[in-house]
Design a protein around this ligand. Structure first.
Ligand code: NAP
Length: 558
């Protein structure tokens, strides 16, 4: 029977990105009858889609890669400290091919609906092409930032040039030389694109609503000798990542902000500003995240750096955020971003002063003037974390819709299970460790945990696992509490569920999407649950052996 012809699996993994690839590896090792469905024509998730110029890791490549296989660690050579999208996609293909995982994957398969069948304790999935599948365990490896949100601007459909959201940057090269290009949005994506294309286009106009704090990435090549050295330290590197709150090598400076002199603070900041990656954010004093005054002092330090780098003082002032401090939103890392604005062909339009009124056939119009463009790039972000769940009609016990249940924000148990949605597993779910830390580090943790639960159920003949409402409420309350200490709780960013392009996700309606307690605390909490026989989860034992029930279901569904 070919993978396409089957209609029942014990587990169906939705998403063939970083999480889905590792999940299917573990399921196949365990002998679980499983498949992976992905809406895309190929594997890679985020790294399949985001092909815009400048797309690369902000995490050190060697801390982003999987840690589970010594062979992969030995064989793969990261070429850059912060590797670019094409190499990242090659890496994921390398891993999938190495373990022959492609045979479990089905592409161009968009899951439209997943409904729980209480009588059979099965999930019934409908694909957008009408195909119907059943499984015991739907495993949603749907990514955190997989639903792009273009703005809703009058006239967008009229534009005669090329326009796209960065997520849908065309796969074939886009001719930019000599072209007049607009970029709308200055988040981590916009900042990467702008810096990369500034010297390649004819003319670039950036439409900025709010500036972001950003600092140099300091990317560099990794030589053979350096890679050999990294390989020899892999164990130590991953152990270090598991000790730090963010799952990176970067450890906060544990001296008290107010216990050291201003000179010592400046010395640390000069060092961090010259250091690669998130060091400037995550090796900083812990008070930067929690204390307004400490944060303001450091933000002013970064503002000084921007003023030094941008020649036109008026432009520099426009690039300095006023409404939030450094690091309370996810910090975009940049390579010559601020210098781009020193070029004659790059222009900055502050759309809080002169809002965009409409997109026209030939460009766009602000309240001040008309612009002509050949290309308009929407770098306007994502319906983060819950968006991918909202886009599937997920119905649990009693036909309750997950998107209704989560309309004011998600509520989960450990970020991986939901009361009323038995057996639905979310290794990168809202409120899990995955959403706020070095993604693959947390992904491995969560995929391991979900697989452990599945194994436990098989061993005990359980057919249904569902967290209690009480356990879920306690977890969600804990997640909320973790926000309360952080300045980030006020951020107008996807960390707090804000997205101006999605109705109901306005600023002020905080949705508690990420786990802010740090990786070590998260790992310890979920390990404790597993150790205590999955306390907080109710199990139902099958009246027949699991495999027989599945065979019956398969026959019924066929
Ligand atoms: P984002 O951080 O949400 O930024 C979206 C930008 O578009 C913001 O500047 C926003 O302005 C602007 N915008 C949104 N709607 C707009 C509208 N209707 N009109 C005008 N401007 C509008 O999205 P992102 O840059 O795609 O980044 C999202 C996340 O992806 C990042 O935080 C990061 O986690 C991840 N990412 C990672 C990497 C990496 O690892 N290397 C690279 C890129 C992205 P406001 O701020 O005013 O809303």
């Amino acid at each position: 029977m070919t993978v396409e012809a089957k209609s029942h699996y014990e587990a169906i993994v939705i998403g063939a990105g970083v999480a889905g690839i590792y999940q299917i590896k573990l399921l196949s090792d365990l002998g679980v009858d499983a498949t992976v469905l992905d809406a895309a024509p190929d594997l890679g998730g985020t790294w399949y889609w985001n092909r815009y110029p400048g797309a690369r890791f902000d995490s050190e490549s060697y801390t982003y890669g999987y840690s589970f296989s010594k062979e992969v660690l030995d064989e793969w050579h990261w070429k850059e400290r912060f590797s670019s999208q094409p190499e990242n996609l090659r890496y994921l293909n390398f891993v999938a091919d190495k373990f022959d995982l492609r045979k479990y994957m089905q592409f161009n398969c968009k899951v439209a609906a997943a409904h729980f069948d209480e009588t059979a304790n099965l999930w019934r999935l409908t694909l957008s092409d009408g195909r119907k599948l059943t499984c015991r365990f739907p495993i949603l490896a749907v990514g955190l930032l997989s639903i792009p949100t273009p703005p809703k601007i009058k006239g967008m459909e009229k534009f005669k040039g090329r326009s796209f959201h960065t997520f849908h940057w065309p796969h074939e090269p886009v001719a930019l030389a000599g072209k007049k290009v607009a970029v709308i949005g200055t988040g981590a994506t916009g900042i990467q694109v702008i810096a990369e294309i500034a010297d390649k286009v004819g003319d670039l106009t950036v439409f900025q609503r709010r500036p972001n704090w950003s600092a140099p990435l300091h990317n560099s090549a990794i030589s053979d000798a350096e890679m050999a050295e990294i390989r020899s330290r892999y164990k130590e590197i991953f152990a270090q990542c598991s000790r730090t709150p963010g799952g990176f090598e970067h450890e906060p400076d544990r001296r008290g902000f107010y216990e050291v002199s201003r000179e010592e603070r400046l010395a640390l900041w000069d060092k961090l500003y010259a250091s690669p990656g998130f060091a400037v954010w995550l090796r900083n004093f812990r008070e930067i995240f929690t204390d307004e005054k400490a944060n303001a002092e450091f933000s002013e330090y970064i503002a000084g750096r921007i003023r030094q780098r941008v020649k036109d003082p008026a432009v520099a002032e426009k690039l300095i955020p006023r409404d939030h401090g450094f690091g309370v939103q996810r910090v975009p890392m940049e390579t010559h971003y601020f210098e781009a604005y020193n070029r004659d062909n790059v222009h900055l339009v502050d759309i809080t002063e002169t809002p965009i009124v409409e997109i026209t056939e030939t460009g766009l119009r602000t309240t001040e003037r008309e612009f002509d463009f050949d290309v308009i790039v929407y770098a306007t972000g994502f319906d983060a974390i819950t968006g991918a769940y909202d886009h599937i009609d997920i119905q649990g016990v009693g036909g309750v819709k997950l998107r209704d249940l989560w309309s004011d924000g998600p509520s989960t148990f450990l970020g991986m299970l939901v009361h009323g949605f038995p057996n639905l597993l979310m290794p990168s779910g809202p409120q899990s460790g995955s959403a706020s830390t070095n993604f693959p580090r947390a992904i491995e943790t969560c995929v391991d945990w979900c697989t452990g639960l599945l194994k436990y159920m098989r061993e005990h003949g359980y057919v249904r696992a569902e967290p209690t409402l009480d356990a879920q409420e306690r977890w969600t309350e804990h997640v909320k509490q973790m926000y309360s200490a952080m300045l980030m709780r006020k951020a107008k960013s996807w960390f707090t569920g804000y997205n101006s392009n999605v109705p109901g996700h306005e600023y002020g309606k905080t949705r508690y999407l990420v786990y802010n307690g740090g990786a070590p605390k998260y790992v310890s909490k979920i390990a404790q649950v597993a150790h205590n026989d999955y306390a907080g989860i109710n199990f139902t034992i099958g009246s027949e052996p699991l495999t027989d029930r599945e065979r019956v279901a398969e026959t019924n569904a066929a």
